[in-house]
Design a protein around this ligand. Structure first.
Ligand SMILES: NC(=O)c1ccc[n+]([C@@H]2O[C@H](COP(=O)([O-])OP(=O)(O)OC[C@H]3O[C@@H](n4cnc5c(N)ncnc54)[C@H](OP(=O)(O)O)[C@@H]3O)[C@@H](O)[C@H]2O)c1
Length: 241
């Protein structure tokens, strides 16, 4: 793994959880970090927390709600006008939705979750592409999940096979397909989907066995590896779609 000393990274949903830990780690490695947060106060507090530990870190709060065109456009203008450029876009913001038995799941339950987990990354990626494409070594990182993997959810040896839910897994499966299509369409951009692994965050009521340090390993790897593998990775290496 190399450091990202000269890289500029934008992470959506970075005011807490895995996004925050990724922002903190990349800032420590010397990256310029745009810390995306839909709530400006939560964003400013997260940046202040990083600066308390790392006073010289170049971390900037960026108000960005991935579900709102206007918010994403305003964020783009702010980053583009700042002159930092953009080398790595990390689509991390995500929500779990509520788990209901499949037989009781109504179509409307998909809308908010797909709005954040699928349409959010598409909106942010499409908006920021022109800036990303100006980078000498652009990277696009999608924070997906093992629950979006057909292979892992079908493997009885894996914890992912124990989850029976229509909405969140299908949002991440759709994100995986979008990721492979971006990879084909944009060969000059290194595109990686990441499964952080089951990690204690607000997303799951802090029930995951991994720490955020462990959960952010593969995201940091996708952002910083000298030769990123691309494809779909966890902290243990490549994983099946
Ligand atoms: N934790 C796990 O076990 C696990 C496993 C696999 C994949 N993941 C994925 O990892 C990513 C990060 O999740 P996490 O576990 O770190 O959860 P988290 O602690 O709940 O953080 C989620 C982040 O997304 C933000 N967010 C939600 N809706 C947003 C919107 N409309 N616009 C912008 N930001 C928004 C949240 O902001 P607010 O604070 O304002 O709500 C928060 O900053 C997600 O994509 C999740 O699906 C997590």
């Amino acid at each position: 793994m190399t450091t990202t000393t000269n890289s500029t990274v934008l992470i959506t949903g970075a005011n807490k959880g895995l996004g925050y830990e990724t922002a903190r780690r990349l800032a420590r490695l010397g990256a310029t970090v745009w810390l995306g947060a839909r709530d400006p106060r939560r964003g400013a507090e997260a940046v202040a927390k990083i600066h308390a530990d790392l006073p010289d870190a170049d971390v900037r709060t960026l108000t960005l709600d991935v579900t709102a065109d206007e918010s994403v456009r305003a964020a783009y203008t702010r980053v583009a006008d700042s002159g930092t450029g953009l080398d790595v876009l990390v689509n991390n913001a995500g929500i779990a939705g509520s788990v209901t038995p499949p037989a009781e799941t109504v179509p409307a339950a998909f809308l908010p979750v797909f709005g954040v987990n699928l349409l959010g990354p598409v909106r942010v990626t499409q908006t920021f592409l022109p800036l990303l494409q100006e980078s000498a070594a652009p990277r696009l990182v999608m924070v997906s999940s093992g629950l979006g993997s057909f292979a892992m959810t079908a493997d009885p040896e894996r914890v992912e096979s124990t989850v029976v839910d229509l909405v969140y897994p299908s949002s991440k499966a759709a994100l995986n397909m979008v990721t492979t299509m971006y990879a084909k369409a944009l060969p000059d951009i290194r595109v990686t989907a990441v499964d952080p692994g089951y990690t204690a965050t607000g997303l799951n009521g802090f029930s995951g066995p991994q720490t955020v340090a462990e959960g952010s390993d593969a995201i940091v790897e996708a952002c910083t590896a000298a030769e990123p593998a691309g494809g779909f990775i966890s902290r243990h290496g490549p994983i099946p779609w």
